[in-house]
Design a protein around this ligand. Structure first.
Ligand SMILES: Nc1ncnc2c1ncn2[C@@H]1O[C@H](COP(=O)(O)OP(=O)(O)O)[C@@H](O)[C@H]1O
Ligand SMILES: [Mg+2]
Length: 406
């Protein structure tokens, strides 16, 4: 500790702890456009922050105000359009009380920036447009000041994203969900966001219904009773939320609705696993950034492994909050690349390899019986389950790579 020696002894008694110093308003937001202003006003009002201010302005306005006034407990700052947002955050840190939770809003969907912000102690980075329900949830967590407990209580969001149709994404998603629930005794929800396919339901011998569609059309109606009625209980701990809507009805769900629904679901389950197609992933660009783990599923054909690189690039590098893993499925199936060609086609080794399983291919129509039959898939996924349930249970993470690569 090398505290600078003050030029003269302070007249006042020793400084109060930081929290007491931050006796400013509960929150303040400095945002640059009207939709963001509206979203912030809505969030502050939902949270009952009656003394909170929303000002039209950016980081410089916030810095000027903070230099003169007491810091709020929560500060939201818009850095859109700034060529050097990190420099602005550092200047802000000079005038802001260290106990203030800072949320940054920006127009760059940039994972490197996100990581830098987090490393600098920023509580959250949102890129526009702001979704007031998501903002409200994050603000409410921060306002309770008990991030640790809340993080532990909120379930993990795992997205299985197939780089193409038919590579086995639904199989991986259902098997993972099943085993996390049945063998790891976690409460798991499998959410099939392909509203027209009903595939996940078929693999779990369950009947899709219209509740998911209703939930996405009216996310504000989703409460415990709605979920109790609309969600299918597959086993004691495994629930399924899936639809089989008419093919004529191909409208994509709104991103705001999906995020709001996920906000509700992750409070109720230890794991929410989403079975996602590339079409849906492109329609819901924020979703992948919201996940804790993205499982990029491919098979072993040239056309499929090529897509892995493209999707990795689109998702961006791993961050402390999100890991992308490549699951190479159906290894050794007809049409697979030989190992040496596969190694050349892939930029990095797959994180998990799952062999082609003839029994599974034959029993695919047998619903949950196929889950029991898929021994090869089971062994491959065991590594993933350990990673997911182990990390969630607080076990050390480093062992995962040793387990995979031995
Ligand atoms: N490892 C595997 N070995 C053999 N067959 C598999 C394997 N993984 C998936 N399958 C089969 O491939 C087909 C497509 O799987 P599915 O999970 O529906 O793919 P997707 O969701 O990517 O379209 C199914 O018949 C399934 O049983
Ligand atoms: Mg599928």
């Amino acid at each position: 500790m090398t505290e600078p020696v003050p030029a003269r002894p302070p007249a006042a008694p020793p400084a109060a702890p930081p929290v007491a110093e931050a006796a400013g308003p509960s929150a303040a937001a400095y945002v640059l456009d009207e939709p963001s202003e509206m979203a912030m006003l809505r969030s502050f009002s939902n949270l009952g922050f009656n003394d909170a201010n929303v000002r039209r302005g950016g980081a410089d306005a916030a810095i000027a105000d903070l230099a003169r006034n007491k810091s709020p407990r929560i500060l939201v700052v818009d850095v859109s359009g700034m060529p050097e947002p990190m420099a602005a955050i550092n200047r802000l840190a000079d005038v802001c009380n260290p106990a203030t939770e800072v949320i940054v809003v920006g127009d760059r969907n940039d994972i490197v920036l996100y990581r830098d912000m987090k490393a600098a102690g920023v509580a959250e980075y949102f890129f526009k447009p702001l979704i007031s329900t998501v903002v409200t949830r994050v603000l409410s967590t921060l306002a309770q000041g008990d991030k640790e407990t809340r993080t532990r209580r909120t379930g993990k969001l795992v997205i299985t994203l197939g780089v193409r149709g038919g590579v086995g994404t639904t199989t991986i998603a259902t098997q993972l969900a099943w085993h996390l629930a049945e063998e790891r005794q976690r409460r798991v929800l499998l959410l099939d966001l392909d509203l027209q396919s009903g595939d996940a339901a078929m693999q779990l011998d369950a009947t899709p219904n219209h509740a998911l569609r209703e939930a996405l059309e009216h996310p504000e109606r989703v409460d415990d009773l709605f979920l109790e009625r609309g969600i299918t209980h597959v086993t004691e701990r495994l629930d399924l939320f899936a639809a089989l809507e008419p093919l004529s009805d191909m409208a994509a769900p709104s991103e705001e609705a999906v995020m709001q629904l996920l906000g509700t679901l992750t409070q109720r389950y230890r794991f929410v696993i989403i079975d996602l197609t590339t079409t849906a992933a492109l329609q819901l660009p924020k979703l992948l950034h919201f996940a804790n783990t993205v499982l990029l599923v491919s098979d072993s054909t040239l056309i499929s492994v090529r897509e892995v690189g493209r999707w990795r690039e689109r998702i961006g590098p791993n961050s402390p909050d999100r890991t992308t893993l490549h699951v190479l499925n159906k290894q050794g199936a007809d049409g697979s690349l030989p190992d040496d060609e596969l190694a050349r086609a892939l930029v990095s080794r797959p994180d998990v390899s799952i062999p082609y399983d003839r029994t599974l291919a034959k029993t695919a129509m047998l619903g949950t019986k196929a889950i029991q039959a898929g021994g090869g898939v089971r062994r491959g996924l065991a590594v993933l389950e350990r990673e997911l349930a182990g990390v969630e249970g607080g076990e050390p993470k480093t062992s995962f790579w040793q387990k995979v690569f031995g």
